[in-house]
Design a protein around this ligand. Structure first.
Ligand code: F6P
Length: 341
C-alpha cells in the first residue's frame, strides 16, 4: 500500500516520532510512504517527498516536523474536498495518515464522511483539547516547559516582591494552565472554562500579602476573556481568533497594578511551549500512536483515530474526536484550587 503522511496545524513536540513510528511499523506491513509537505497544502499541490526507514531515522527526539506544517483548510477552497481526493488519487495513495488537532482531523473526518476517503488520524496538540483520547502527544512537553518557566519565575518574583502573570497557550481549553499551575505552584490559575474577575484575583493577591507573601505567580490561559480584552478580529483559515494577540496576560498584569498599586509584569510563554524536544512520555506516546496508525491502515480502520484510553492505545471514530472540544471539567479545576494561594 502507498501511504501518505501529513502533519497539519500548529507544530507540536513528538510529530517526528509519530512519522518515524508510522514508517517503521508500516514497512513491516508492506506499506511504502510518501510525506506530504506542509499539511493539506502538500496534498493539494502534490508537494511530496518519499519517506523510508533511513530518512526517518534519528528524528524521534527532534522538535517540529520534518514534513513542515500549515493551517491550510481544503474546505475553505471552492471544491476543495473533491480536489483533495483527486490529488490523492493522482499520487497513487491507498491511504493517508493525518497527524493533527481539531482542524486537521476535522478535515480528515469530512473527507472520510463525504468522500469515503481512506484516512486514519493521530491526535496531536499541545492544547490537549481533542475528545476521544485521554491525552494528545505534545501536551505534557508543553506543560513541562511551562513548569520549568514557573520554577524560574518563582525565585525572581519572590526576590522582588512582584506579581508575575504567566500567559500560557491552550486556545479555548485550560489544560496547559491547569496542569502547569498545579505542578509549578501557581498562586492562581485562570482558565476559559471557569469565569472569574480581576477583583477576585486581586483579593487573592491581597490575602497572600496579608499572610506575608508579597509575591504572587498567576497563570492565565490565553483563551481567558477579561471584559475589556479586545478581539483583534484576526482569524486563521479555520476561523480561529489569534488569541495570543489579544494579550490577556498584559491586560491582567496592568489591571492588577492599577488596582493594587503593586508591580505586576506579564510573561508570555508563547511558542516556546511548542518548540524543542519532546519529553520521554511524548516520544513514547507518539511512537505508539505511529505504530497504531500503521496497523489501522493495514486493517482498513479508516475514518478512525489512534487514541489513548488509560494506559492503552486504541482507536476511536474520528467523528468522536472532533465532535466536541475536550475542556477542563469543574472537578479538575476544584482539585487544583486546593493548592492556590
Ligand atoms: O493549537 C496549538 C496552539 O499553539 C494554540 O495553543 C495557540 O492558540 C495556537 O496554536 C497558536 O497558533 P499560531 O502559531 O498559528 O499562532
Amino acid at each position: 500500500m502507498r501511504v501518505g503522511i501529513l502533519t497539519g496545524g500548529g507544530d507540536c513536540p513528538g510529530l517526528n516520532a509519530v512519522i518515524r513510528g508510522v514508517v517503521r511499523a508500516g514497512v513491516g506491513l508492506d506499506q511504502e510512504h510518501l510525506g506530504l509537505l506542509r499539511g493539506w497544502k502538500g496534498l493539494l499541490e502534490a508537494d511530496v517527498r518519499p519517506l523510508d526507514v533511513a530518512n526517518t531515522s534519528g528524528i524521534r527526539h527532534r522538535g517540529g516536523t520534518i514534513l513542515g506544517s500549515s493551517r491550510t483548510n481544503p474546505f475553505s477552497l471552492e471544491g476543495g474536498g473533491a480536489r483533495a481526493v483527486a490529488a490523492a488519487r493522482e499520487l497513487g495513495l491507498d491511504a493517508l495518515v493525518a497527524i493533527g488537532g481539531e482542524d486537521t482531523l476535522g478535515v480528515a473526518n469530512r473527507l472520510h464522511a463525504e468522500f469515503d476517503f481512506p484516512v486514519v488520524g493521530v491526535p496531536k496538540t499541545i492544547d490537549n483539547d481533542l475528545s476521544g483520547t485521554d491525552y494528545t502527544f505534545g501536551f505534557w512537553t508543553a506543560v513541562q516547559i511551562a513548569v520549568d518557566a514557573l520554577d524560574r519565575l518563582h525565585t525572581t518574583a519572590e526576590s522582588h516582591d512582584r506579581v508575575l502573570v504567566v500567559e500560557v497557550m491552550g486556545r479555548h481549553a485550560g489544560w496547559i494552565a491547569l496542569e502547569s499551575g498545579l505542578a509549578g505552584g501557581a498562586d492562581a490559575v485562570l482558565i476559559p472554562e471557569v469565569p472569574t474577575s480581576v477583583e477576585r484575583v486581586c483579593e487573592h493577591i491581597t490575602a497572600r500579602a496579608e499572610r506575608g507573601s508579597l509575591f504572587s505567580l498567576i497563570v492565565v490561559s490565553e483563551g481567558v476573556q477579561l471584559d475589556e480584552v479586545a478581539d483583534t478580529g484576526e482569524v486563521d483559515q479555520f476561523g480561529h481568533t489569534l488569541l495570543a494577540k489579544a494579550g490577556v496576560g498584559d491586560q491582567l498584569a496592568a489591571r492588577i497594578s492599577d488596582a493594587l498599586g503593586v508591580e505586576a509584569r506579564a510573561v508570555v510563554l508563547g511558542h516556546v511551549q511548542r518548540g524543542g524536544s519532546p519529553i520521554a512520555y511524548d516520544r513514547s506516546l507518539a511512537s505508539r500512536f505511529g505504530v497504531q496508525a500503521a496497523r489501522m491502515v493495514a486493517t482498513g480502520q479508516f475514518g478512525r483515530m489512534a487514541a489513548l484510553r488509560g494506559a492503552t492505545v486504541v482507536d476511536v471514530p474520528l467523528a468522536e474526536a472532533v465532535g466536541t472540544l475536550k475542556t477542563v471539567p469543574p472537578e479538575a479545576y476544584a482539585l487544583a484550587q486546593i493548592f492556590f494561594g
